[in-house]
Design a protein around this ligand. Sequence first.
Ligand SMILES: C=CC1=C(C)c2cc3[nH]c(cc4nc(cc5[nH]c(cc1n2)c(C)c5CCC(=O)O)C(CCC(=O)O)=C4C)c(C)c3C=C
Ligand SMILES: [Fe+2]
Ligand SMILES: [Fe+2]
Length: 363
Amino acid sequence: MAFNAEPDYRHGSAPRTAVLLCNLGTPDAPTASATRRYLAEFLADPRVVEIPRLVWLLILHGIILRVRPAKSAAKYQSIWTQEGSPLQVWTGRQAKYLQGMLGERGHKLLVKHAMRYGQPAIAAQLDELKREGATRILVLPAYPQYSGATTASVIDAVSLWALKTRNVPELRFINRYHDDPLYIAALVDSVRSHWQREGRGDMLVMSFHGMPARTLALGDPYHCECLKTGRLLAEALGLAPDHYRVTFQSRFGKAKWLQPFTEPTLIELAGKGLKSVDLICPGFSADCLETLEEIDQEARAAFLAAGGQAFAYIPCLNDSPAGMRALTALAEKHLQGWPTTSSAEPDLQQRERALAAGAESRP
Ligand SMILES: C=CC1=C(C)c2cc3[nH]c(cc4nc(cc5[nH]c(cc1n2)c(C)c5CCC(=O)O)C(CCC(=O)O)=C4C)c(C)c3C=C
Ligand SMILES: [Fe+2]
Ligand SMILES: [Fe+2]
């Protein structure tokens, strides 16, 4: 196997530590062709659809990629911004602020963002970090709850890149932060400030992205981690069990998915006389199609059509100060033991130059 070309090796260059913030990815444009390209890459990932390969590729190319791109593109059009897809915009901002906030805490780091599907691709960003001198890379998948379809798929992409790399940097992965106290505190902050501004609904619905139900029996911890986040958030807000629900959205395909489903739950609650609901999506670190269209448009309309009177969508943590504090502390915790301050590095650089020049005696 041929390995990827290495950047030129420079003697005496200081080792640099980097953080790569990864999210799912999104089409380049809200068009059917861009959405088809994105879905073709996403849905061909065996971590995402676990049915026999040949059967699935026939269904994917024969049916799904002929029908879904145009429908999904119309949904993307309804949430697209001047700067692009919300997921892309928020993830880029999060990486920028993460670099700044870690810098304020004395860490001299390279921070970039990457997408598992589409652009900027994980492999390209890892190459770029290497070109900029990174010798240690902390990979932060922006998924609070671990799942094979999301977190492990990011690990796959990094591992595939490492397989083709001669001089592999030191690598660390953050697999989950579903019960991290600062993440929970950021969610609490978000709900409380919403309540202060807009008043409080009769019920808080916490909606997480769904997964095929069989993944739970097969050992995927995602379901448990969603329930734990929900419980910790409810406890921190002082909510009794009948004042909140944990639900799952975005069902895909015909298999059984994790339940209860978000939209049917909202319709049922409205049918039972619930007038107002607050909805938060704690499993999404940034607003995207699944929150802005499926929840804030579709689920809202379903609740109101079923007799509900007020539906409040509480945005994702995005680049909020509390959310960024949580990400910064999380990265800092996982960077422990890796030199991240510049002060050690010039010393090292000087010493290496001196050694190379033979000015210092070797031990
Ligand atoms: C936050 C965690 C996510 C899990 C778990 C997850 C599992 C999962 N998703 C699909 C299928 C689709 N998801 C789509 C969009 C999408 N999914 C997540 C996150 C999780 N997915 C995000 C952040 C997004 C939004 C992307 C954006 O561009 O804004 C889509 C594409 C949109 C559409 O056509 O509906 C599909 C398809 C499966 C099958 C799955 C678990 C196996
Ligand atoms: Fe998804
Ligand atoms: Fe969806």
